[in-house]
Design a protein around this ligand. Structure first.
Ligand SMILES: [Zn+2]
Ligand SMILES: [Zn+2]
Length: 155
């Protein structure tokens, strides 16, 4: 499957870790999507007006270190599992069940933050009213527009 061309994140062997450093990950393929999420769940979970997030194929992700997980219901009503460091509590990645083969990784965990190349703002309809977006990126009212080839696989 093709990953995002153009403005998408480039490169391979992308690495990141939790805040204390014991729970780490590596991607052997570039993420398939990157953007800012303004959904209510992300805002509340991360105590942040929006979250810089990457989507990657689950089979491109390898992790090491001790983690635990918890589940919650996402905005769509389907389950999302969060995997976090047992020491510092940082969520390193999440599995939205509705996306099947995709994991969501907060870009703040990246070792090299400069490789994050957001494509859009998503779930802007639940954005904080005091947050102004003026970076010129597309703003989507709801979910991300994933590449067609990817959508085929998660249908
Ligand atoms: Zn940690
Ligand atoms: Zn979100």
């Amino acid at each position: 499957m093709d990953s995002i061309k153009g403005d998408g994140i480039k490169g391979d062997r992308i690495k990141g870790s939790c805040r204390c450093g014991q729970f780490t990950y590596e991607l052997n393929k570039p993420p398939v999507y990157a953007g800012y999420c303004h959904c209510t769940e992300c805002r509340s979970r991360n105590n942040s007006p929006c979250t810089s997030i990457m989507f990657a194929l689950e089979d491109s992700l390898s992790v090491s270190g001790s983690s635990d997980r918890y589940s919650e219901l996402g905005g769509s009503g389907s389950t999302i599992e969060h995997f976090r460091c047992v020491q510092c509590g940082t969520i390193l990645y999440s599995r939205p069940h509705i996306l099947k083969i995709i994991v969501a990784i907060p870009a703040a965990t990246l070792k090299d933050a400069s490789i994050f190349k957001p494509l859009a703002h998503v779930w802007v309809r639940s954005k904080e009213p005091w947050l102004e977006i003026n970076d010129g990126l597309p703003q989507r009212s709801g979910q991300p527009k994933l590449p067609a080839a990817l959508l085929e696989q998660i249908r």
